[in-house]
Structure formats: C-alpha cells, structure tokens
Ligand binder design. Structure first.
Ligand code: COI
Length: 351
C-alpha cells in the first residue's frame, strides 16, 4: 500500500501536559493526522494517504458542505491487558457505511479500503490509544463529496477520511429524557437509517428544547403518531417490561446501531427474552401502573450505555426501575470490547 508520510511526525511523544485518560472526555482532542483516499468517477478509488489534519481542506462549494452529501461511522480501538490494540467490529461499521453511502448516491468504499484506512489511522496514532481499561481511540471515518461545484447532482469526486480522537472510558450515566411531540428526527421513506450529518442536524433543536426544560436529552418519537419510541438522543433505546427487553425495529427510521446489535446479542446469549417491537408511551405508562416497568437505557458507540431514569411528555412521567440489567450489560460490553473475556472475540480485529 502506498501512502505519504508527513516527515518526522509519527514518533513525536505525547505533550508533557497530556491529560489523564479520565480527563480526555469525548471528541475534545483530535489526532494530528487524517488517513484518507479519494474517489474519482473516472478512475475509482485512489491509494490511501496520510496528511497532517490541517492540510486537508474541504472545498466550501462542495456538495459535502452545501447539500450534506456526507456519511460517517464511529468506531473504537481498545488496548487489551497485554497492550495489544484491537478495533471493535470494524467490518460491521464498513458495511453500515456502504448502506449509508448507497442511500445518498455516493460511491461505496470496499470493506478492504475501510479496513486499511482504519488500521492505518490507529497505527499512526498508536500512542494516543489510552491504557487498557481507561478509554479508547474513537475513529470517525467520513465519506464526503468534495468536488468544488454547486450543481445538485451526485458529485464526481469524493473522499473517505478517518479522523481520530482519544477519549475516556464513558461513565455509566443516568438520564431523564423529554419526549418530543412536535419535532421529529426521521420519517418513513427518509434517511433516518443512514448515518449522515443531516439526521444529527435534524436532532439538535430537540436536544436543546429538552435541556431548556431541565432534561438531559430528548427521546424521539415516531413521525406519524408521536407516541412510539424511536431513538434516545443519539442512541438506540431499550426498555424492560416484565421479563422481556424491547427495542424499536429497524423500520428505516432507526439507525442500525452496532452497539444496538451487540446488546441484542449479549441479551440473547444470556437467555433474556428480547423483541424488536414498537413501544408506545401509553404502553409504558400502563406497564408502570401495573408495576411491570424495569430498566430502560440508550446505547451507542460513544457513550456505550446510558441509563434512562425517566421519560416525560409534560403530562405523564414514566419512571424506570434499576433492575441491575443495564449495569450488567455495560460491564459485559466493556469486557468484550477490551478483550477481558474470550466471549465474542470474533468482534475484535487486531491492528
Ligand atoms: C456514536 O455514538 O458513535 C455517535 O456517532 C454519536 C455521536 C453524537 C457522538
């Protein structure tokens, strides 16, 4: 594989005032390089390159900036107890990026190109991967249209670039969520299942409205009835009713989260009955009245798992009970991701 190496940069030590992993947070500090490959309509994918991050501008007139022709992934690399670095489920992320690209009529990167860029992004940033158990390197592969032209049509030049950010191991938070009954995140036939900036842009006002009302985040409802759970902020949502755990089905409005899929697998492995099923606020309120409501939680790559203590739409407050399930899942997932167990080791790919 050919790539250009910025002179003398890879071996630089971390700055002396580098924060402890617990103080890194998420997305605050970006790695110094971008690993990237260009796609031209005439010639296909070009060889990967490594550049200093600041050296790769995005043309202002590109459809990536103008029309939101941009899809991305978020995946993590962890150190195991022997200090070896692994990516968590990178091939699943590659396939999801292909689906997102297809939906926005963008060139689909091959799984191998995605793997090569992610591996290289970790290699050139290896010293930024926090120690075992104390965090991860989050990778943000992004495919965007970069042709400098304003016409509304599929672009003839795109780039897949991987930025990285070292981050703390997420703490298990408890959130209260505001059920948004006016604004929507996604509608049937739309782009809700694609991981594209437009869905996050659609969600920011709802997040702010929830915060203004004193809640931690928004819970999105379906676009048609405004009564069924869709997503919890930027996470997939799970609720426990009686012995069963439910999560909304992938009906085209829900992001097919890799963490969602991991949690479904962990639950099934444990023998917990799970169902991908619509969940209405009314059903939750009735289950609460009957003493049947257990735990609720949101899951995603950045946060891993966040407990949901309450959902309110202003007239009804639905309160969940901590049955210990969410903590158990959080711990199991962390162990699998960090290679602290042999279970599901096929999800980890060595760098
Ligand atoms: C992730 O969890 O990976 C996401 O993409 C959500 C983002 C808002 C950090």
């Amino acid at each position: 594989m050919m790539h250009t190496q910025p002179p003398g940069l890879y071996e630089a030590a971390l700055p002396e005032d580098w924060p402890q992993p617990e103080a890194l947070g998420f997305g605050q500090i970006l790695g110094p390089y971008l690993v990237h490959a260009q796609h031209c309509a005439e010639s296909g994918w070009h060889a990967p390159s490594v550049s200093a991050r600041a050296a790769l501008p995005v043309p202002m007139a590109s459809a990536g900036l103008q029309y939101g022709f941009s899809v991305f992934e978020g995946l993590k690399a962890y150190r195991d107890a022997s200090d070896r670095i692994h990516l968590f489920r990178p091939r699943d992320h590659a396939r999801r990026l292909q689906h997102s690209a297809q939906r926005l009529v963008m060139p689909e990167p091959t799984e191998e190109l995605f793997m090569t860029l992610c591996q290289l992004a970790v290699q050139v940033h290896a010293r930024y991967v926090p120690p075992h158990g104390r965090g991860s390197l989050y990778l943000r592969p992004t495919l965007y249209a970069e042709e400098d032209a304003l016409g509304f049509r599929p672009a003839s030049r795109h780039r897949l670039a991987v930025a990285v950010t070292p981050c703390s191991d997420p703490v298990l938070r408890h959130n209260r969520l505001w059920a948004e009954t006016e604004l929507i995140r996604a509608a049937p036939g739309g782009i809700g299942a694609a991981k594209t900036g437009g869905n996050y842009a659609a969600g920011i006002a709802g997040q702010q409205r929830a915060r203004q009302k004193g809640y931690d985040d928004v819970i999105w409802l379906d676009a048609l009835t405004h009564r069924e759970l869709a997503e919890a902020g930027t996470m997939n949502v799970f609720v426990q009713i009686g012995n069963e755990v439910l999560t909304p089905p992938l009906d085209g409005t829900i992001l097919p989260g890799i963490t969602r899929d991991s949690v479904l697998r962990l639950l099934r492995t444990e023998g917990v009955p799970v169902s991908e099923h619509r969940i209405s606020l009314d059903e939750l309120a009735a289950a609460g009245m009957a003493g049947q409501l257990g735990t609720a939680f949101g899951v995603g790559t950045a946060a891993r798992l966040t407990m949901i203590d309450e959902i309110s739409d202003g007239s009804t407050a639905i309160r969940f009970r901590d049955t210990g399930l969410a903590t158990r899942l959080y711990d199991k997932l962390k162990q699998v991701q960090e290679g602290a167990t042999h279970a599901l080791r096929e999800w980890r790919v060595a760098v």
